[in-house]
Ligand binder design. Structure first.
Ligand code: PMV
Length: 330
C-alpha cells in the first residue's frame, strides 16, 4: 500500500474577548461556564503547517524554530490525536511547524491563534472536510478561546452544554472596532490560564455571581453590537473584564495578573476617555492592557497612550490592531 504523506497549512488570527470566557464546566471537553464575544485581530497571527507522514517515528513540533517538548508538545499531541482518531490515521505521526507573530503565553491570545491554526492545518492534512462550525468545535478542544479564532471580526462562542453545542459563530455589526494593545510584558505569564481558571472556579466565592451577571453582560454587548453603540459596548466590556479579574483576586491563593505597570496603563486609558476619546480597557490572563476603540479613532488613541505612557512605563510597546479575517487553510 502507498505510504501516507499529507500536508496542509493554516493561518489563524488572535482574538480579544469583549465578554470573557473564564472557567470550565467540563475540563476534558473544554465546555465553558459562560458564552463569550470577541474581536479577531488583523496583525497578530499564527501560521502552522502539519504533515502526517508514516516515515516519522514520533510526533515532532517546532514553534518559531524551537523544538517543543514536555507540556507544550503534549498540548499539540492532544489535537493531533483528536484528528487522527476521526480520520482513521492512528499510528501515523506528524511534523508540525508553527510561526507566531504573537508573543507566546503572554495573555496576547497566542493560544487562540495557535490552537486554531493547528486544528485547521491538522484537519486538512488528515483529509477531514470540516465546516467552520465543526472546525470551531475542534479548535475549542485545544484551547477554548481558539474556537472564536476560526471566524473573522466579531465572534460569539455559545457555551453550550456538550461537544456538539459549544461552538463559535460570526456576528455582524455596523461597528468598525479596533484594539490598541499596550504590551507591558511579552514574556510568559506566571500562572497558566488553565490553572488560573481551575483555581477561580474551585475557590472564588465571587465566581458564581460573575457567571450570573455574564449572561446579562453578553445580552447587552450583543445589543450594542447590533445597534452600533460603542459607548454601551465599551462600558459593559470593561465591567465584565474587571469582574473576571475580581474573581481571580478572590481565589485562594489569589491569581494576580495585574502589575503596577498595568495599573498605570489603565490610568492612561481612563484619562483619555475622560478627555473625550472613545476608549475602554480590557485585560486577559497577563499584565497587558487592551484598549477597545473605533477603527477611526485607533491612531489618535495610540498616539495619546504612547505620549502618556512615555514618562510612566517607558518600555511599553503600543500596537494598533484592526478587525482581522477568519482562518485560512491551504
Ligand atoms: O487561552 P485560553 O483559551 O485558555 O483562555 C483564555 C481566556 C481569556 O483570554 C482570559 C478570556 C477570553 O475569553 O479570551
Amino acid at each position: 500500500r502507498e505510504r501516507t504523506r499529507t500536508a496542509a497549512t493554516a493561518v489563524a488570527h488572535a482574538n480579544i474577548a469583549l465578554i470573557k470566557y473564564w472557567g470550565k464546566a467540563d475540563e476534558g471537553l473544554i465546555i465553558p461556564h459562560t458564552s463569550s464575544l470577541s474581536l479577531t485581530l488583523d496583525d497578530l497571527h499564527t501560521t502552522t503547517s502539519v504533515v502526517f507522514d508514516e516515515a516519522l517515528d514520533t510526533d515532532e513540533a517546532a514553534l518559531d524554530g524551537r523544538r517543543l517538548a514536555g507540556r507544550a508538545l503534549a498540548r499539540v499531541r492532544v489535537m493531533l490525536d483528536l484528528v487522527r482518531a476521526r480520520a482513521g490515521l492512528d499510528g501515523v505521526s506528524a511534523r508540525v511547524r508553527s510561526r507566531n507573530t504573537v508573543p507566546t503565553a503572554a495573555g496576547l491570545a497566542s493560544s487562540a491563534s495557535g490552537l486554531a491554526a493547528l486544528a485547521g492545518a491538522a484537519a486538512a492534512a488528515a483529509g477531514l472536510d470540516l465546516d467552520d462550525r465543526d472546525l470551531s468545535r475542534l479548535a475549542r478542544r485545544g484551547s477554548g478561546s481558539a474556537a472564536r479564532s476560526v471566524f473573522g471580526g466579531l465572534a460569539l462562542w455559545h457555551a453550550g452544554h456538550d461537544d456538539a453545542s459549544s461552538y463559535a459563530e460570526p456576528v455582524s455589526s455596523p461597528l468598525r472596532l479596533a484594539i490598541v494593545v499596550i504590551v507591558i510584558d511579552a514574556g510568559p505569564k506566571p500562572v497558566s490560564s488553565r490553572e488560573a481558571m481551575r483555581r477561580t472556579v474551585a475557590t472564588s466565592p465571587d465566581y458564581p455571581a460573575w457567571v450570573r451577571r455574564s449572561a446579562g453582560d453578553l445580552a447587552e454587548a450583543l445589543d450594542a453590537v447590533r445597534t452600533g453603540d460603542l459607548p454601551r459596548l465599551g462600558d459593559v466590556a470593561e465591567a465584565n473584564a474587571f469582574g473576571m479579574h475580581g474573581t481571580m483576586l478572590s481565589a485562594t491563593p489569589p491569581v494576580r495578573y495585574l502589575t503596577p505597570a498595568s495599573l498605570a496603563a489603565l490610568r492612561t486609558v481612563w484619562r483619555a476617555r475622560r478627555d473625550g476619546l472613545p476608549v475602554w480597557a480590557t485585560m486577559d490572563a497577563g499584565p497587558n492592557v487592551k484598549a477597545i476603540t473605533s477603527a477611526a479613532d485607533a491612531e489618535a488613541v495610540a498616539r495619546r497612550l504612547r505620549a502618556d505612557l512615555a514618562g510612566v512605563v517607558p518600555e511599553t510597546n503600543v500596537i494598533v490592531a484592526h478587525a482581522g479575517p477568519g482562518i485560512q487553510v491551504r
